[in-house]
Design a protein around this ligand. Structure first.
Ligand code: NAD
Length: 480
């Protein structure tokens, strides 16, 4: 092995958390290396992690393609646009998605170059004394050392013991991004974020999608009224979501080209079976720490496989930090972004900080679902007195003009101080609107502050404005 190469910072993992940490550290004048093992579909190194390669970006590409197709058949008619025999060319859709992925993964490599970051393409392992060994794709091994090492190894799909991924009949989110022909029947285990987003994609393209969810309630983390409205809209679109459905067995049945996937599950009515052509298993993700830590590092991993860290992402071992999906907290790319920047700034002696109370959640279905802060259910459980203001998109001129009247905005404020405690949205473009709530909460603003901010007319954001006014029962466009 060649001699040890010295850096100020080594980041293991070039996903959202890792590449943010890397670029910020380099901006701050630190000599930075980033180690990443991932390869793209073309077999070449691809930075950007799950998010860019097989997560956020490719799924949004497919969500958008499938939405255009769905709208053509379901919404365009309302505008007076009709077309005969509209067809979806799936390979073209997939190729477009792959092109977008390549553009963005290549973009990170270009940013590394511009920031004078040293990338190492291979699998990194941390050893005692902040030494990182990298097994590179060409078979060679290099050794690196730095005062600070940031672990940003990300997460992997959880595999059910009775439904092992085979890439053809039983797939995870990665497989669901590359299906070349629309399956007649698609089964999904898990009505979480991935199940709903990717289930929506294939439903819009013509699959009969059945989602089996073990929990008795739908989207329990979201505001109750939001999940109720979303469930109603998904049902209208043809998504069959079965709650309280615990899958106990999955087998591939049939021979040759006629193979099917048979699921056995139990719900309130007893044992049931479901036969589908493909099965997407989306039951959550687990921190990817296998092989990351040599035995003698002193870094602790908890029973869920997550690296243990304090409130500032420090592992307790001198100069070793961990960020993103491999530590506690929501598995969201933007949570990782913030932690990556925080740690780079702390290493450089700046006051890095993440406000976990204002991290937005977004589910990119139709309608979109988004929220920040507490739900009414959480506040009730915590015994906090609150007031709410809601406003429907059906009363917003822009939403109706866009033929997107479904959904509403709800603002929750402290009963006494009026400080905004949460904002919950369901409807078109709410992935953008939720940031009004984030901003207000970040500045400790009140519902009245939000109500007194001028919002342009006609825009979707007027629903936020009127919902904030509705907190004090003075919304203009509805009876309070
Ligand atoms: P998830 O945790 O969102 O949902 C998993 C669902 O599967 C849960 O509702 C759970 O009750 C259910 N489940 C678990 N075991 C089951 C079983 N045996 N039978 C039936 N149901 C079962 O997980 P996910 O959808 O796999 O997503 C993984 C992670 O990726 C999440 O943390 C998510 O936040 C993140 N992600 C986020 C976005 C986004 O922000 N838009 C998009 C994709 C993924």
């Amino acid at each position: 092995m060649s001699e040890v190469q010295q850096f100020d910072v080594i980041v293991i993992g070039g996903g959202p958390a890792g590449y943010h940490a890397t670029i910020r550290a380099a901006q701050l004048g630190l000599k930075t290396a980033c180690v990443d093992a991932a390869l793209g579909k073309d077999g070449k190194p691809a930075l950007g992690g799950t998010c860019l390669r097989v997560g956020c970006i490719p799924s949004k590409a497919l969500l958008d393609s499938s939405r255009q197709f769905w709208n053509l058949g379901h919404i365009f008619g309302e505008h007076g646009i009709t077309t005969k025999d509209a067809k979806m060319d799936i390979p073209t859709m997939i190729a477009r998605k792959d092109k977008i992925v390549k553009q963005f993964t290549g973009g990170i490599a270009a940013l590394f170059k511009a920031n004078k970051v040293s990338p190492f393409y291979g699998f990194g392992t941390l050893h005692r004394g902040n030494v990182v060994t990298v097994k590179q794709h060409d078979g060679t091994e290099v050794s690196l050392k730095a005062a600070n090492v940031i672990l940003a190894a990300g997460s992997d799909s959880i595999e059910l013991p009775f439904a092992k991924f085979d890439g053809e009949y039983i797939i995870d989110n990665v497989g669901a991004l590359d299906i070349e022909t629309v399956p007649e029947r698609l089964g999904v285990i898990g009505a979480g974020v991935i199940g709903l987003e990717l289930g929506s994609v294939w439903n819009r393209l013509g699959s009969k999608v059945t989602i089996l969810e073990a929990m008795p309630s739908f989207l329990a983390a979201a505001d109750g009224e939001v999940s109720k409205l979303a469930a109603r809209e998904f049902k209208k679109q043809g998504l069959d979501i079965q709650l309280g459905a615990k899958v106990s067995n999955v087998e591939i049945v049939g021979k040759g080209k006629k193979k099917e996937v048979k699921l056995t599950y139990t719900d309130a009515k007893g044992e049931q079976t479901l036969v589908v052509d493909k099965l997407l298993v989306a039951v959550g993700r687990r921190a990817a720490t296998k092989g990351l830590l040599a035995d003698d590092t002193g870094v602790k991993v908890n029973e869920r496989g997550q690296i243990e860290v304090d409130d500032h992402c420090h592992t307790g071992v001198n100069g070793v930090w961990a960020v993103g999906d491999c530590v506690r907290g929501p598995m969201l790319a933007h949570k990782g972004f913030e932690e990556g920047i925080e740690v780079a700034e702390l290493i450089a002696g700046l006051p890095g900080h993440v406000n976990y109370d204002t991290i937005p959640w977004i589910i990119y279905t139709e309608p979109e679902i988004a929220w920040v802060g507490k739900t009414e259910e959480q506040l009730k459980a915590d015994g906090v007195a609150y007031k709410t203001g809601t406003f429907p998109f059906a009363a917003i001129g822009r939403a109706v003009a866009m033929a997107e009247p479904a959904g509403f905005v709800k603002v929750i404020a402290d009963a006494e101080t009026d400080r905004v405690l949460g904002m919950h949205l369901v409807g078109a473009l709410v992935s953008e609107l939720v940031h009004e709530g984030v901003l207000t909460m970040e500045f400790s603003g009140s519902a009245d502050d939000l109500a007194r901010i001028c919002h342009a007319h006609p825009t979707m954001s007027e629903a936020v404005h009127d919902a904030a006014m509705a907190v004090a029962k003075r919304a203009i466009h509805k009876v309070n």
